[in-house]
Design a protein around this ligand. Structure first.
Ligand code: MF3
Ligand code: CO
Length: 261
């Protein structure tokens, strides 16, 4: 069952999302060669505490950290560690969520560490672009898989591949609600999108093949071919007038990013 949200509830989700977005931006500033993923996790916890928000991932299905830190060939759910020190040329996906006043917010960005290769930069740009291609289709009257298809066709037209094993999700009073949102599929399938749906759309895009492996820590998903992977996520409300990116820090981000494609 997909729970539709009222305007008031959407504003509560926006509040959670704004905290997430601010913290991600702050973490992005901190990313540099020599910084450990442990430090980033600790900072994320500190900042959430200051905002009186609770990290959403810590304890979720036994995940032990507030932040997911996935470097290079790691796709998602990379675990912070004192031993994992960033080096020039890495890309790191930072995935973070909070709950405040009973509502969740969830977002992710992939961040360059110092100067990165053109190859890595292009993967990040296409992955972020695919997120906006998906968001653009999150409109009343479209079907759920129109989002999926928009992401997949853009990504594959650029020569990359879509991870199948993880999906986006509804979000609200729970971190993960119905529906699941695959980042691939034919258009015109699945539920009709309605005003009041709130969706966390999160393409995970690989440079090489779509195949994945889970490391022995039982959490870290990596590319089977060990080529790079990138991940971006926004929490988006479907309003009668169009998609509203709740986790955007900049009001014009939506327009700007659509123009960029
Ligand atoms: N953004 C991810 C998700 O939605 C993060 C979940 S990590 C977990 O689904 F540890 F909480 F599972
Ligand atoms: Co999510």
């Amino acid at each position: 069952m997909i729970v539709l949200k009222t305007r008031k509830e959407i504003e509560k989700i926006r509040k959670a999302c704004q905290i997430v977005a601010e913290i991600l931006l702050r973490l992005k500033e901190e990313v540099a060669p020599g910084v450990s993923t442990w430090d980033l996790n600790r900072l994320s916890e500190e900042l959430a505490k200051k905002k009186k928000a609770k990290p959403a991932f810590k304890g979720y299905r036994g995940y032990p950290f507030a932040l997911c830190t996935s470097i290079n060939e790691e796709i998602v759910h990379g675990m912070p560690s004192k031993k994992r020190v960033l080096k020039e040329g890495d890309i790191i996906s930072l995935d973070f969520g909070v709950v405040i006043n009973g509502f969740y917010g969830d977002a992710a960005i992939t961040v360059p560490v110092g100067k990165i290769s053109k190859r890595a930069k292009r993967l990040c740009e296409v992955t972020e672009g695919s997120l906006y291609k998906g968001i653009e289709r999150a409109r009343v009257g479209n079907r759920l898989s129109d989002i999926s298809h928009a992401i997949q066709s853009y990504v594959e037209s650029k020569g990359y591949s879509v991870v199948r094993e993880f999906v986006g999700h509804g979000i609200g009073r729970h971190l993960h609600e119905s529906p699941q949102i695959p980042n691939y599929g034919p258009p015109g399938r699945g539920v009709k999108l309605k005003a009041g749906m709130v969706l966390a759309i999160e393409p995970m895009i690989n440079e090489g093949t779509p195949d994945i492996e889970i490391l022995s820590d039982k959490w870290t998903a990596v590319t089977k071919d060990r080529k790079l992977s990138a991940h971006y996520e926004h929490t988006v409300a479907i309003l009668p007038e169009g998609p509203d990116i709740l986790s955007s820090l900049i009001a014009e981000e939506c327009q700007v990013s659509f123009d960029k494609l």
